[in-house]
Design a protein around this ligand. Structure first.
Ligand code: NDP
Length: 249
């Protein structure tokens, strides 16, 4: 795990990931670099970790400071050690449906749906948000499971018209309480990916839980829903990476 700078949210995420590794018996190393680290220094560390045979997975906690180009960093990680699945090779593999790693958050959402016994095939699936980390891969994973997928974003006209049709609604926007009960179809499965910290320091999702739970057939809470699943999927990808790197040696 590599963390650059002292963003408090990133620090919490890295601590949780470290704790999860310890609980699973996965050996981990943390590299906490100062804010003023140069791109070259970060690239040099990634190169070292790419070559280090006792390290199977590399995770650079995002966001990196503004003077470092995120894409250059993602592209520098060995795709076989890319446990976040952000490298273009892994993104492309997800697109064609033949992948080793799945980005942790969308993978966690799929696991929640599967473990809850919810059928995706033929369902209207609406994903609100189209980031490379959540929305886009989420849509592809639902499509691979034969969902009829709609992706909504900030330019979508009449968002409610789309969300109201969803049998499965995944919301990853980053705006507190953005989706309200009146935007949800009766009995829908609602998955709230959002993690927002309010002024009173409380965490809340992108879905207004109180109004949404009255309409939804199933709904994930924040905190305690998708967040822990994301970390669990990171552990799964790391074990997969260890297996992959063993066979590639
Ligand atoms: P981004 O900011 O990268 O993407 C947000 C998306 O929401 C964009 O596609 C944007 O559209 C869309 N959007 C913004 N405003 C609107 C609007 N008014 N109507 C419809 N769509 C809108 O965020 P992320 O995908 O990285 O994260 C989303 C949320 O999920 C955040 O709260 C984040 O903290 C959380 N998160 C949680 C994780 C977990 O482990 N549970 C992991 C990762 C993220 P456009 O593309 O047009 O700008």
């Amino acid at each position: 795990m590599v963390i650059v700078g002292d963003d408090p949210a990133s620090r919490v995420y890295v601590n949780n990931k470290k704790k999860a590794c310890a609980e699973c018996g996965i050996y981990s190393e943390e590299y906490a670099l100062p804010e003023e680290t140069t791109q070259e220094e970060l690239l040099s560390l990634i190169d070292t970790l790419n070559k280090k045979s006792d390290i199977s997975g590399i995770l650079v906690q995002l966001p990196v400071p503004k003077h470092i180009d995120e894409t250059t960093i993602i592209n520098a990680i060995d795709p076989k050690k890319d446990v976040d699945a952000f490298h273009p090779i892994n993104v492309g593999k997800i697109m064609v449906g033949n992948f080793d790693f799945v980005p942790c958050t969308p993978a966690g959402v799929m696991e929640l749906i599967k473990e809850s016994g919810i059928e995706i095939s033929g369902k209207e699936c609406v994903v609100v948000g189209r980031s490379n980390i959540v929305g886009k891969p989420q849509a592809m994973l639902l499509l691979h499971q034969n969902g009829t997928v709609t992706i909504c974003h900030s330019r979508t006209k009449d968002l409610k018209e789309h969300t109201k049709k969803a049998d499965i609604l995944v919301v990853a926007v980053g705006i507190p309480n953005f989706v309200t009960g009146d935007m949800i179809k009766e009995g829908a499965v609602v998955i709230d990916v959002g993690i927002n910290r309010l002024e009173n320091k409380k965490l809340c999702g992108d879905v207004e839980f109180e109004s949404a739970e009255k309409v939804a057939g199933a709904i994930t809470p924040v905190p305690g829903g998708v967040g822990p699943m994301t970390i669990a999927m990171l552990m799964k990808n790391t074990v997969k990476a260890a297996e992959l790197n063993k066979t590639h040696k």
